[in-house]
Design a protein. Structure first.
Length: 183
């Protein structure tokens, strides 16, 4: 009897150990449904929370004429200066203060300092045209100044100002001739 009792206990324990929470086909169907539905729902909620920024709809202010014009405006604009209007052109000293002094006042990046006669003497040997070309096209660490905020004539005035302030005797460049109007 003890052997029979042991065998019955073993069969009961064996059956109880392998029994799972799903006991009917209906429970199995629900378990399969939730196994697919819950992860999909979690993914959808995460995607919505990541992309939950404000998205304007039809009729909102982002579709107004001013907002569209602001988005379509050019990045840059072209301003044409009249080089013949000498009165509106900057003097050599004004151009030096605005553009050249950043390096030539302190001697940064090997630039000859304003007023340093020795540093400018070697550069003055090539004459005004060579100095102007270096200023307009750039030389060494100095970037090209041509096509920037100032006209070539204004850059030329700044070159003369720096050279004359450093012991040179250059004449002020001639103002550009007025463009003849078509008749």
């Amino acid at each position: 009897m003890s052997q029979q009792h042991h065998q019955e206990a073993h069969e009961q324990g064996h059956e109880e150990g392998h029994e799972g929470p799903i006991k009917t086909p209906k429970q199995l169907a629900w378990a399969v449904f939730f196994a697919f539905a819950v992860p999909i729902l979690v993914i959808i909620l995460l995607a919505r929370s990541v992309t939950s920024e404000f998205k304007p709809g039809a009729g909102s202010e982002s579709l107004g004429a001013e907002a569209i014009a602001a988005r379509l405006k050019p990045v840059a604009s072209v301003e044409i200066k009249d080089a013949s209007d000498v009165a509106s052109l900057k003097t050599g000293e004004q151009v030096y203060a605005a553009q050249c002094a950043a390096c030539h006042a302190s001697g940064a990046a090997g630039a000859p300092k304003f007023g340093d006669n020795g540093a400018w003497a070697a550069r003055m040997g090539g004459g005004y045209e060579a100095l102007l070309t270096s200023a307009l096209k750039g030389k060494g660490a100095m970037g090209a100044q041509g096509g920037g905020d100032f006209s070539d004539f204004e850059i030329g005035r700044a070159v003369v100002y720096m050279v004359n302030g450093s012991g040179g005797k250059l004449a002020e460049p001639k103002a550009p001739a007025a463009a003849s109007a078509p008749q």
